[in-house]
Design a protein around this ligand. Sequence first.
Ligand SMILES: Nc1ncnc2c1ncn2[C@@H]1O[C@H](COP(=O)(O)OP(=O)(O)O)[C@@H](O)[C@H]1O
Ligand SMILES: [Mg+2]
Length: 287
Amino acid sequence: MSDELDYDDELHPGEDLKEVKKKELGDLSVVVDDVHITYRVFGGKRGGTAGIKPSLVSRMLEAGRPKPPVTHVKAVRGVSFTARRGEAVAIVGHNGSGKSTLLRAVAGLLPPTSGTIYTASEPALLGVNAALMPKLTGERNIVVGGLALGLNYKEVQENVQNVADFAELGDFLYLPMNAYSSGMSSRLRFAISTITTPDILMIDEALGTGDAAFRAKSTERVEMVRENAGTIFFVSHSLAQVRKICTRALWLDQGKLVMDDDVEVVADAYEVFMRNRKKARSGGKVV
Ligand SMILES: Nc1ncnc2c1ncn2[C@@H]1O[C@H](COP(=O)(O)OP(=O)(O)O)[C@@H](O)[C@H]1O
Ligand SMILES: [Mg+2]
């Protein structure tokens, strides 16, 4: 996916960008305290281990053997913030700035290398990122996803058709998911993840898919979660969507938190930054 802003989407006429409802802040739901996340990548270039001293035992074991090259990628570097119930928090930043990594860590899918994450309830990273099983039919994936989100079998059964309708699967419901278009699978992922109204809902670039009607439908669902005093984390390339849905935004750059403020303040600053970056890249020419 390109890391440029979705300018087109931003210029949609008639979209009310100021539709941020200020609400009284609820209880703390997420606390992220000085979190660092480093990926170890094997088979990369040599010399990436600088700064990490191997133990005596490992040095003895390694003696005389060619070392497998390991690179350390510092994806998140010392990020701290708190989020409350009723807040919808956008995470902006260009590609590779650590947004997905941070969300996965808050969802408990990835342990931080250092630092601590507290959550008031188990976040349903909802499964917008969740792995659906390509060999299973849409219907089976809805069942598995629903069970994973804590519904019992009967509740899941009652929801299958709703989810399929919401995702606009049509006859594909009973076909294996590897026959689905990517739009169809991401619609299904979104629909499954909102079967229940989760306390902490995380949406990582999953709302931009589909046509305007589907986007409107999903935005409505997200609003529902927020109104039920849940907390939303939202990553999207469309700043218009970010402004519309979120109350607050965090800006990550190279794994560091560079701004944490009202969504309008951050979105304005980020927009200026991205425009300048684009200009600089095109050699100063206005594009
Ligand atoms: N599984 C992984 N293994 C190694 N490096 C990764 C992995 N996932 C992401 N990275 C790296 O971590 C950094 C942050 O990535 P990511 O969290 O996906 O950023 P974003 O979601 O903002 O695009 C990038 O440099 C990326 O290349
Ligand atoms: Mg990402």
